[in-house]
Design a protein around this ligand. Structure first.
Ligand code: ATP
Ligand code: DNN
Ligand code: MG
Length: 219
């Protein structure tokens, strides 16, 4: 049984993409899977199938029903902002204890071979009024999968995320560099090599666009 926290160097780098690829790869090997998205912002309550929890449910081959959505992502907010800022707009005072308790209960109740918890934004994006993603990771103590991109600036973002986790003693299971979509992004292979050159002892995985073979090797 493996339980991992999927965190990122930035928002929109590919955390959900990577999590879904890992869930699909695990299922293809006959493993049971589970996923949680403790707080989600930028979700349209009337059209959520392509949201993070909607994509995670589809990758797990679970039904796209409200009950399933509630089970993996009960704290949902419409504004595409950090979760506490989005929650505030809806009059909700989001606290880290709510996220921690939800995750702990879900992790304890699951016997899945692979269980993933996806954060929001980057390592230190606020998750609640009183805590960042890092605080949630420290509370849960899970090894993380750190997802970085390959846009210009991503090398520093990824290395900074790695350093931050290390400085707090959090184990890193793997760093996945998910190729950014910008046509003018720097060379992908060189970007992955640059991260590897400065990241120290950690597994670095290159997730080129349109290729999910890396996920099968990782899970
Ligand atoms: N390696 C890749 N190949 C193809 N598409 C990708 C890849 N990485 C990311 N994407 C696409 O880029 C977009 C942003 O990725 P994604 O939604 O996974 O980011 P995220 O880090 O989960 O963002 P958020 O902070 O909102 O949770 C999505 O449309 C996703 O499918
Ligand atoms: C709405 C968006 N897609 C993410 N889920 C939330 C990103 C929060 C980032 C906050 C920050 O670090 O400045
Ligand atoms: Mg996501």
């Amino acid at each position: 049984m493996r339980q991992l926290f999927v965190t990122g160097a930035h928002t929109d780098v590919g955390k959900t993409y990577v999590a879904c690829a890992m869930l699909r790869a695990a299922r293809a090997k006959g493993l049971s899977v589970a996923a949680l998205k403790p707080a989600v912002s930028g979700i349209d309550p009337a059209d959520w199938t392509d949201s993070d929890p909607g994509r995670l449910l589809a990758a797990m081959d679970r039904l796209l029903t409200l009950a399933e959505l509630d089970a993996i992502a009960p704290l949902r907010f419409a504004a595409p902002l950090s979760p506490p800022m989005a929650a505030r707009l809806e009059g909700v005072d989001l606290r880290i204890s709510a996220l921690t308790e939800f995750c702990r209960a879900g992790l304890a109740a699951s016997a899945a071979d692979l269980m993933l918890v996806e954060g929001a934004g980057g390592v230190m994006s606020p998750m609640a009024e009183d805590g960042t993603g890092l605080d949630l990771m420290l509370a849960l103590g899970l090894p993380s999968v750190v997802v970085g991109g390959s846009y210009l600036g991503s090398i520093s973002h990824t290395l900074t995320a790695i350093e931050t986790l290390r400085s707090r003693g959090l184990p890193i299971a793997a760093v996945v560099i998910s190729q950014s979509g910008e046509p003018d992004a720097p060379d992908f292979a060189q970007t992955v090599a640059s991260v590897a050159a400065f990241a120290g002892e950690v597994r670095i995985v290159a997730a080129a666009r349109g290729d999910e073979a890396w996920a099968s090797a990782l899970v």
